[in-house]
Design a protein around this ligand. Sequence first.
Ligand code: NI
Length: 164
Amino acid sequence: MLNIVHYPNPILRNVSEKVEVFDKDLQAFLSEMARAMYRYDGIGLAAPQVGVNKRIIVVDVGKGLLKLVNPVILEVSGEEEVMEEGCLSIPGVYVKVKRKIGFIRFKAQDGTGKERIWTGKGLLARVIQHEVDHLDGVLMIDRAERPFSEEAEKKIKELEENYE
Ligand code: NI
């Protein structure tokens, strides 16, 4: 089972590299990531969160599993919404993040390198943005409305103090 990397581990702040090799190892890694996401009850997981700085994410917002390699957001538009987000790498912290969720269009490759364009909205649009942010070293706390709740501030401080 893959281990989840927690804030403030610097791995989460790196810009991840594009995947160039589409082989059995990549396909196995995608399955391992999906297992880890489900195990921790996540709806999205990015490779840096398991310690791998590669542009890979898995997402399942209840409409099936997406294994996305080299995802690129092509368009985000429409309605903006503020919603509390969580992150497996920042456990116990929930912060309000405003994102455009009216429409998203993104492209990604699958485990064999085949590219496809996807469209969606709502929670899918939110999660894709959250996960692609991870690939650029951006965390939800960077985008969240401030001030955070006292609870969130406390948990973040705990994570920072307990990090070794
Ligand atoms: Ni996250």
